[in-house]
Design a protein around this ligand. Sequence first.
Ligand SMILES: Nc1ncnc2c1ncn2[C@@H]1O[C@H](COP(=O)(O)OP(=O)(O)OP(=O)(O)O)[C@@H](O)[C@H]1O
Length: 246
Amino acid sequence: METVLQVKGLSKQYKKGIYASHNVTFDVGKGEIFALIGPNGAGKTTTIRMISTLLQATEGDAIVAGHSILTEPDMVRKSITYLPDEAGAYKTMTGREYLEFMASIYADNGEQAYEFVKRGCEICELGDRLNDKISNYSRGMARKLLLARAIMPLPALAILDEPTSGLDIINALEIRRMIRKLASEGMSFLLSSHNMLEIEYVSDRVGIIAKGELLEVGKPAELIEKYGAQNLEEVFERVVLDREVL
Ligand SMILES: Nc1ncnc2c1ncn2[C@@H]1O[C@H](COP(=O)(O)OP(=O)(O)OP(=O)(O)O)[C@@H](O)[C@H]1O
């Protein structure tokens, strides 16, 4: 399988001697959905922000679509989109204006921007509400708009922090199906989530991270078997508790 993301010993020390993320190494193939799961403060956002070129790594490197975050950050940014957990949109814009504005940043020309907006409008399924101000959207509607924004340029790698946070069951299901469909068409995903059931359903592989260390990587079904667990939640509990005992 072609590799789209190679993370090589990425570390971050916010304070000297204290690692928020330590020697994190994993890769993501083309069309693969990889999820980082871990408790609060585990280092998920720190790792994702380094890969997204928003935070400078203390050590290590990551190669995105053949480009190093250290030496070619501009090329990396062209290959990814990033949806942060607490992303806000410009509330005074309408949904359509927001997609148009973001498309003008992502696209190389007007024709491509038009295509991106068309795709974004289809993905978010907001219909006529796209003409309303974002300040009038529910949390779920705003989240769908932001997801559409992240996916409409068809990046090589979409990095989504808590992709379905704030969405009801039906909308969350739709988003998961959409992620699976786009992955089957070749888009790669790096997700982060606390929702183990969602991750078990949507991910090809998961990485369990705690206290900055990536402790396990594998397919959900394989990890469930390895740990004699009922589900990913139990795997997670065992991996993290085992670690605390050490
Ligand atoms: N700007 C910062 N300065 C100092 N320490 C930070 C900073 N950002 C994060 N940290 C610390 O780094 C560690 C990892 O935080 P991070 O946000 O990466 O965790 P997370 O796994 O994304 O957590 P959550 O699930 O709660 O969002 C935590 O101990 C956190 O307090």
